[in-house]
Design a protein around this ligand. Structure first.
Ligand code: MG
Length: 381
């Protein structure tokens, strides 16, 4: 079997989210947005698919790099093909991101699963068929009744508990919110949510991402008193020594790295240096399922959990193939958005959650996306 083509279909669909000036998503009136689907085709007609933001699979990247590495090759040779793309990142003038690597690699996994009639998490080696989800909120805003105050967060936490969530992660206020960032406001929101959900309910905080060491330490000491489960990306992850310092000064678990460059190499340095107590990977952050499994195994070999960042079938696949992790991230959530609505380009939600807070693995060969091909072909842009 040889790869004969790589196609990108761009299509429009309805969205109720918009990004602020710093890239954080918030609710908005319904609007048409553009999305793409990358498809890898083989000489026997098998196809593998992966959705992506259009800029991640723009023609220059697919024609200039992906076709060069993949065409004529065996789609089962994922490690060879991934290494070929990763090598291009050095010589490609910084154009080829880990996100593009991830989309290509996920489409190769999807193709393999569809060809063999098996779910990818079973192909890797499944550990579980359902995963507990944590509800991951959007960043705070200044819209009354949204996520504009500690009371808003507390009310929404009660809604999420009723929906079935068995853990909640707050993203608090970040710029351009007028009063952000402010660790005192973070603590007020975290404390209000703790009161709302009770003493034993698992809670996490993903804070501003750019606090100084002293502000991060003050915030962490308050979170310890509130019994939070982990403390995430409160400082710039490029400064690993800041995380080593913070981990030495807190008893509560620090999780990371999530956005630092360097794939599994960076993660190995964090584990070795004691910069984190729980490590992190996500298919979009470090280039796919293969490199993520290296991190999951590295963490396991180091006696450490690895919690998966982000939603979607690729990340859910990781969660189902690991023992050393508890949750799948579900979101981002907001009181004004109905997250359980199925997007127009799918026939079923990829991470549907039951009333007990479990996301069950889909049962469609490949990564598990139930794709509405007719919708996509009728809404091409
Ligand atoms: Mg995060």
């Amino acid at each position: 079997m040889k790869i004969t083509d790589i196609k990108v279909r761009s299509f429009s669909h309805m969205s109720r989210q918009n990004n602020d000036s710093d890239g954080h998503s918030h609710p908005c009136d319904p609007r048409q947005v553009r999305q793409s689907m990358l498809t890898i085709v083989t000489d026997d007609g098998t196809e593998g698919h992966c959705f992506a933001p259009s800029e991640v699979v723009r023609p220059h990247l697919i024609n200039g790099f992906a076709r060069d590495v993949l065409l004529g090759e065996d789609p089962y040779d994922r490690e060879k093909l991934w290494q070929g793309l990763a090598h291009w990142q050095r010589g490609g003038n910084g154009q080829l991101s880990d996100r593009t690597l991830a989309v290509v690699e996920l489409a190769l996994w999807d193709l393999t699963g569809r060809k063999l009639g098996i779910l990818v998490y079973k192909l890797i080696g499944a550990y579980r068929n359902k995963v507990l989800a944590y509800g991951s909120t959007m960043c705070g805003d200044e819209v009354f009744g949204g996520l504009s105050s500690p009371e808003d967060y507390a009310r929404y936490a009660e809604v999420l508990v009723k929906r079935g969530y068995k853990a909640i992660k707050l993203h608090t206020w970040m710029k351009p919110v007028s009063f952000a960032p402010d660790p005192r406001m973070d603590v007020k929101a975290c404390a209000a949510v703790r009161v709302a959900v009770g003493a034993d309910f698992p809670l996490m905080l993903d804070a501003y991402h750019g606090y100084s060491r002293s502000k991060a330490l003050w915030l962490g000491l308050e979170l310890q008193k509130l019994g939070y489960t982990w403390f995430e990306e409160m400082m710039n992850e490029a400064s690993m020594s800041s995380y080593v310092w913070l981990a030495e000064n807190l008893t509560m678990p620090i999780i990371g790295p999530e956005t630092a460059d360097g794939k599994f190499h960076t993660c190995a340095e964090w584990i070795k240096s004691g910069a984190c107590d729980i490590t992190r990977t996500g298919v979009r952050d470090i280039g796919g399922i293969g490199p993520s499994m290296k991190i999951i195994h590295l963490a396991g070999a180091s006696g450490m959990n690895c919690e998966v960042h982000g939603s979607g079938p690729g990340n859910l696949t990781l969660c189902a193939a690991q023992k050393n992790g508890t949750w799948v991230e579900r979101g981002l959530l907001h009181p004004f958005i109905e997250y359980d609505e199925v997007p127009e380009y799918l026939n079923a939600q990829a991470d549907a959650m039951d009333a007990d807070g479990y996301v069950h693995m889909p049962q469609i060969p490949g990564l598990g996306d139930d794709i509405n091909f007719d919708y996509i072909d009728n809404n091409l842009v």
